[in-house]
Design a binder for this molecule. Structure first.
Ligand code: AQP
Length: 342
């Protein structure tokens, strides 16, 4: 019914970390073999919280470099920054008028990010999920690889797509679409590290905005710093269990085993077959070696690509043109369906 395709985005809001890498970027790399993929650096989302303009430019190029260094082919896939394709913002406005206040009021990410200062949060931060729906649906994308933290936003995207299809049913049929205009995009949340947790608190998500750098492993960290962070990662006094069930109520152990499994492309079960009964000190040594061996080539490549910002800009500009070629005709149809003249 809908041609299968993949869309996902990453915010250029600071150093990318192991959570972004395992929860999202490794999935992006794997999917490029089977789908038409569009990977976006979502700078419009980034400014929902104030960003220093120079840092925003640097971070945007750094995410582009991280995509490419991780193995995403910019020729085969489309890589671009969101603000270059105005269809995202235009469709988001239409979705602001489709989504209901009650739906957005239920979004836990807004509650967490706005915290006690809700009245002071930007309107953009509140409406963020509508823009995310527009990002995906501007391409009528069917599959969205994301970390577990984005599940609720994905569900909202589906609700918006469904409501648009219903609200404009007759107009959509008149435009020649028999089965609704938008697909209901499916989240792809798979593997042992869909929610990588802070190294200092197994109940909190690893995050760019957490003040302590010791809570996360950044893609730009060198081997020495990775070793220090892993050595200091919070654990409990028990040896590692031999079964996954034994990780219950042990969030820090669960997190480190999940990271190891994801980096090794294996499962928690298999990792525990090797390490069940081990002390954390022995396991952490192996985790450092594995993390460094996976990240070091990527870090080196990010640095190399970062030394030529003009080349990265060329890639983003070319990607934006290809993205416009897909999104603009879809937006034109949406405008007609809604009843805009022109
Ligand atoms: N800890 C995580 N574990 C697994 N996946 C994660 N993702 C983020 N954190 C984790 C996934 O990475 C993709 C890009 O995320 P983002 O940059 O768009 O925004 P975010 O989720 O807000 O990331 P951060 O690091 O938590 O940023 P701040 O601190 O600004 O809130 C998404 O697919 C996300 O699921």
């Amino acid at each position: 019914m809908f041609e299968e395709s993949v869309f996902s985005g990453v915010q250029p809001t600071g150093n990318l970390h192991l959570g972004n890498y395992l929860g999202a970027i490794t999935k992006f790399v794997a999917l490029q073999n089977d789908y038409k993929c569009i990977y976006c650096i979502v700078d419009l989302h980034a400014i929902t919280v104030w960003q220093d303009p120079d840092e925003l430019r640097t971070n945007t190029r750094e995410v582009a470099a991280a995509f490419i260094a991780s193995g995403i082919d910019p020729e085969k896939n489309i890589i671009f920054n969101q603000s270059q394709v105005s269809a995202h913002a235009e469709l988001a406005w239409i979705f602001n008028c489709v989504a209901r206040m009650g739906w957005l009021n239920r979004m836990t990410q807004f509650k967490e990010k706005a915290g006690k200062h809700r009245e002071n949060a930007s309107v953009g931060l509140f409406a963020y999920p509508n823009l995310m729906a527009a990002d995906i649906l501007a391409y009528r994308a069917t599959h969205v690889p994301v970390g577990d933290d984005q599940k609720q936003h994905l569900e909202l995207s589906r609700d918006i797509a469904q409501k648009f299809n219903t609200d404009y049913e007759n107009s959509i049929k008149a435009a020649g679409y028999e089965n609704g205009f938008f697909p209901l995009p499916e989240p792809l949340i798979t593997g042992p590290a869909t929610r990588v947790m802070s190294l200092r608190d197994g109940k909190k998500k690893m995050s760019k905005s957490e003040t302590s750098d010791m809570t996360r492993i950044n893609l730009t960290d060198d081997a020495e710093l990775i070793a220090k962070k892993v050595r200091k990662a919070k654990t409990d006094p028990e040896p590692l269990p031999s079964e996954v069930a034994g990780l219950k109520e042990r969030p820090e152990a669960d997190n480190l085993i999940g990271i190891f499994a994801a980096l090794k492309n294996s499962s928690k079960e298999d990792v525990l077959k090797d390490f069940g009964g081990s002390q954390f000190s022995a396991f952490k040594g192996e985790l450092v070696d594995l993390t460094v061996s996976k990240l070091e080539p990527i870090t080196t490549e990010i640095r190399k690509l970062g030394s030529d910002p003009a080349h990265l800009d060329q890639i983003l500009n070319a990607g934006a043109e290809r993205a416009k070629d897909i999104a603009n005709p879809i937006l034109d149809d949406v405008k007609r369906i809604v009843g805009f003249v022109g």
